[in-house]
Design a protein around this ligand. Structure first.
Ligand code: ASP
Length: 338
């Protein structure tokens, strides 16, 4: 075979190869999807008036729409989870930002965290008292500092230095939460606060998880903590790996519940690690993690999204304010059997 015929043969066979190679289907663009929670706890239909139920549905819907607007426009999952929890921080029916519960000394100490699944960058603040929106402070820690977590006065100072809106601590006061504090402090005087607190006094944190149209995951959680908590107490909400976690291709989690147990189990990271290393679905992994919480005596719930955009809600409390939204529509639910 001359060089010329050899080259012709090679060229012809590569055409054949090219023709024989099946054309790979275009990978489907990931679809955006966002889920939120507004706290878990003893939420029974008989204890919620139609007006209260409507207010929660409206609050959840407003939050979902704010996150969905970011995702519809091609924005990132991390911007979407921040946008979704922000209106809940400003809505007094939720225990985050304005309307947060009181600590035992009559002040508010707020916790928040956010995590970007693209690079597992994260930011959080614990025990802030003056920044109006703790989730924006957590985002600033992630984007504008070399650190992951700021606490107390230093966290507020960091927020102020970065131009965030600051308020007096009394801005967070609401009558409903003051009544909760007074009822709790006056009930069964002489017994430890922990045993006087009902499940209704513990919960109400808000959070969001999302996947964007690039397939990126993110999670955010923000709370006032537990009614009559000891000043200085930090819950799970600002702890990456406890209440908040996000890793692209694996899962994103936001949790709500009795924070001490969620910290001890490391709920959010446990769920994502089980998905990553054992191949469990997010639902299976979440049930294992919440089973560990329950075995220690705690309760609460999680919202989870996987790398393909499937969402699951898992809780071992009577109810959890929750919702999800995607291009195909939005739903909300409150009680356990919905
Ligand atoms: N996890 C929060 C905390 O312990 C409370 C909640 O979820 O409502 O601070």
């Amino acid at each position: 075979m001359t060089l010329k015929t050899l080259m012709a043969f090679v060229a012809a066979s590569s055409v054949l190869v090219a023709c024989a190679t099946p054309v790979a289907p275009e990978p489907a663009a990931p679809e955006w999807h966002l889920a939120i929670h507004g706290g878990a706890g003893v939420i029974l239909r008989e204890n919620l008036s139609p007006e209260q139920e409507a207010a929660y549905v409206a609050g959840l819907t407003e939050a979902m729409e704010a996150g969905a607007a970011v995702l519809r426009a091609g924005g990132s999952a991390v911007d979407a989870v921040q946008a979704a929890v922000l209106p809940m921080e400003d809505n007094p029916i939720f225990n985050a930002g304005y309307g947060a519960v009181f600590a035992a000394n009559g002040t508010h100490e707020l916790d928040a965290s956010i995590m970007d699944g693209r690079d597992r960058n994260a930011g959080s603040v614990a025990g802030v008292m003056r920044v109006r929106n703790p989730i924006i402070a957590a985002r600033a820690v992630m984007d504008k500092s070399e650190h992951v977590m700021f606490a107390g006065a230093g966290a507020d100072a960091f927020a102020e230095m970065h131009g965030l809106e600051m308020v007096e601590n009394a801005y967070f006061d609401t009558e409903r939460r003051r009544n909760d504090l007074e009822r709790l402090l006056e009930s069964r005087v002489g017994t430890p606060i922990a045993s006087r607190r009902t499940a209704a006094d513990r919960f109400g944190t808000v959070g969001a998880v999302a996947i964007d149209s690039q397939g990126n995951l993110a999670a955010a959680t923000t709370t006032g903590g537990m009614t009559a908590k000891a000043p200085g107490r930090v819950g799970d909400a600002p702890l990456v790996g406890a209440a908040t976690y996000a890793e692209n291709g694996v899962c994103a989690v936001s949790a709500t519940g009795h924070g001490e147990y969620f910290i001890r189990v490391g709920v959010a990271k446990t769920i994502c690690d089980r998905v990553k290393f054992t191949g469990e679905t997010i639902g299976q992994a979440a049930r294992v993690a919440l089973g560990e919480v329950a075995a220690l005596g705690g309760d609460g719930g999680v919202i989870v999204i996987d790398g393909q955009g499937h969402v699951d809600f898992v809780f071992n409390s009577a109810g959890m304010y929750r919702g999800e939204i995607s291009a195909s529509g939005a739903t909300t639910a409150i009680f356990g059997n919905e």
